[in-house]
Design a protein around this ligand. Structure first.
Ligand code: NAD
Length: 495
């Protein structure tokens, strides 16, 4: 049986004897065991990070950038292998997995520009013969805790920028699909990264708590569900750490009566059912405005029926299984609750059997109509292939739905009206907004992050927000001896 270990100081290791099964979601079979790290493993990772950090911080940004450039090339050369590792343990289609690695790679590309990004600011003569400048310095040891749904991309939102800024980084990946993190770390070593600058520690809540309590770790980057994000945020703050904690989502796609309907339907299908709905930017609510609702529901239903649900090994698969037996049962339970609460079940993805994969965690595309804002399936994140259609009489009602929802990750509007789209993008209480774009995930050189219950902390991930998060600001004010006036000053200097 394959064992997935830690990656500490340039090699794999494990001290703990505790393990957890890693499954193939397409078959339900155990395919590996991942170690659940102990206090001793954590000590070892911390020692390694401490040993490497100062020297790395003193390595010039240009040298750091060159190692990142090597890393970029190695990821490109190994992208098929990385995508396959993601698909095997997560279950998503190979093309989707490859796309997600590419989105991570783009953050590495962005981080290659670190000499430019760290240039700082300078003002001459802030006072007579006095100059002042601001620089950004590394935090020290940074840590990241990541979810199962993007085992390459989400860690890569964090560590390339943290490391480019001169920090060392400890990654605690999801215990459900942990292999990709090890391969990503090996490739970084191959690219020339000194040992200990990027370490991976496997485990669950036990090791997360050790990270949060450690006095040696300066910052926490977290992505996962909202209850855990809130816990991470609070516990990190109590322990004096800088924290960015991204949580769950319930993303609405508003379809206006003047929308290009076929485009909107394609948007809902791809964003609702792609990756079996297990994306934080998945569309889980379609808001049909006015008379368009019946036609929209019919068209989404027809397309949903044609989707091919199959394991990643089938190159024609549109969506694979969900991550685990527990998660499958949780989603099926939500579907039952939706029916009980009075929503109209148009497509039922339960009892979805694929010959040869009877024990896999497959759920077919599921579609509810006439969902209302009081229903559980509207309020809570389901994180599966379930799309809820809510009918709104007009634009104002649709905007109110978006704004009153507890989550604020992403949203999208489909319309041909520039004025409406401008009003929507200005007034919606959401972090990432699409106009005729179903999944408005910002590129690496912009920043990713939601509002409300979807993000706790001040900074989004990657882009210039990432650089700010992973560095401390220092401002220096300088005057040389010859220009010093005689005598002490008792009044605050002004110009
Ligand atoms: P999760 O919250 O269960 O786990 C995330 C990480 O936290 C894992 O590494 C896990 O080991 C750890 N963890 C779990 N429970 C913990 C606890 N009680 N104490 C400390 N650590 C704990 O999330 P998941 O199921 O892996 O991922 C799915 C969730 O992530 C969804 O809610 C999805 O919306 C969210 N997500 C959000 C974004 C975003 O950008 N906002 C992106 C991807 C996923």
């Amino acid at each position: 049986m394959k064992k997935i270990l830690n990656y500490i100081h340039g090699k794999t290791s494990a001290l703990s004897k505790n393990e957890l099964a890693v499954e193939d979601p397409s078959t339900g079979e155990e395919i590996a065991k991942v170690i659940l790290s102990s206090k001793e493993d954590f000590k070892s990772v911390l020692n390694s990070s401490k040993k490497s950090q100062l020297e790395w911080a003193n390595t010039t940004p240009l040298k750091r950038s060159r190692i990142l450039s090597n890393y970029k090339i190695l990821i490109e050369e190994n992208i098929d292998e990385l995508a396959k590792i993601v698909s095997i343990e997560h279950g998503k289609t190979l093309d989707d997995a490859r796309g997600s690695v590419t989105r991570g790679l783009e953050v590495v590309e962005f981080a290659c520009g670190i000499p430019h990004l760290l240039k700082g600011e300078f003002s001459q003569n802030v006072g007579a013969n006095i100059d002042s400048w601001s620089i950004r310095q590394p935090l020290g040891i940074c840590a990241g805790i990541t979810p199962f749904n993007f085992p390459a991309m989400v860690p890569m939102w964090m560590y390339p920028i943290a490391i480019a800024c001169g920090n060392s980084f400890i990654l605690k990946p999801s215990e459900k699909d942990p292999s990709c993190s090890i391969r990503l770390a090996e490739l970084f070593t191959e690219a020339g990264l000194p040992n200990g600058v990027f370490n991976v520690i496997q485990g669950d809540k036990e090791v997360v708590d050790l990270i949060l309590e450690s006095k040696d770790i300066s910052s926490i980057s977290f992505v996962g569900s909202t209850p855990v994000a809130k816990y991470i945020y609070e516990k990190s703050a109590i322990n004096g750490k800088r924290v960015q904690a991204l949580g769950g989502a319930k993303n609405h796609l508003v379809v206006m009566p003047d929308a290009n309907l076929n485009q909107a339907v394609d948007g809902i299908i791809g964003a609702g059912y792609g990756s079996a709905g297990e994306r934080c930017m998945a569309i889980s609510v379609a808001v049909a405005v006015g008379e368009i609702a019946d036609e929209l529901v019919n068209k989404v239903q027809l397309k949903a029926q044609k989707l091919k649900v199959a394991p990643w090994t089938d190159s024609e698969s549109d969506m694979g299984p969900v991550i685990s037996k527990d998660h499958k049962e949780k989603i099926e339970n939500y579907i039952a609750v939706g029916i009980n609460e009075g929503a109209t079940l148009i497509e039922d993805g339960r009892n979805y059997n694929i010959q040869g994969y009877e024990n896999g965690y497959f759920i077919g595309p599921t579609l509810f109509d006439n969902v209302t804002k009081e229903m559980t399936i509207y309020k809570e994140e389901i994180f599966g292939p379930v799309v809820c259609v809510v009918r709104a009489k007009d634009y104002d009602e649709a905007l109110k739905l978006v704004n009153e929802h507890a989550y604020g990750n992403g949203t999208s509007i489909y319309t041909s009206d520039g004025e409406i789209s401008r009003h929507f993008s200005t007034n919606c209480q959401i972090g990432m907004v699409g106009i005729n774009v179903p999944i408005p995930v910002p590129m690496a050189f912009h920043s990713f992050g939601g509002w409300k219950q979807s993000l706790f902390g001040d900074h989004s991930m990657h882009g210039t927000e990432g650089v700010k998060f992973f560095t401390k600001l220092k401002t220096i004010t300088s005057r040389w001896p010859k220009s010093i006036q005689s005598g002490p000053e008792f009044v605050i200097p002004t110009n």
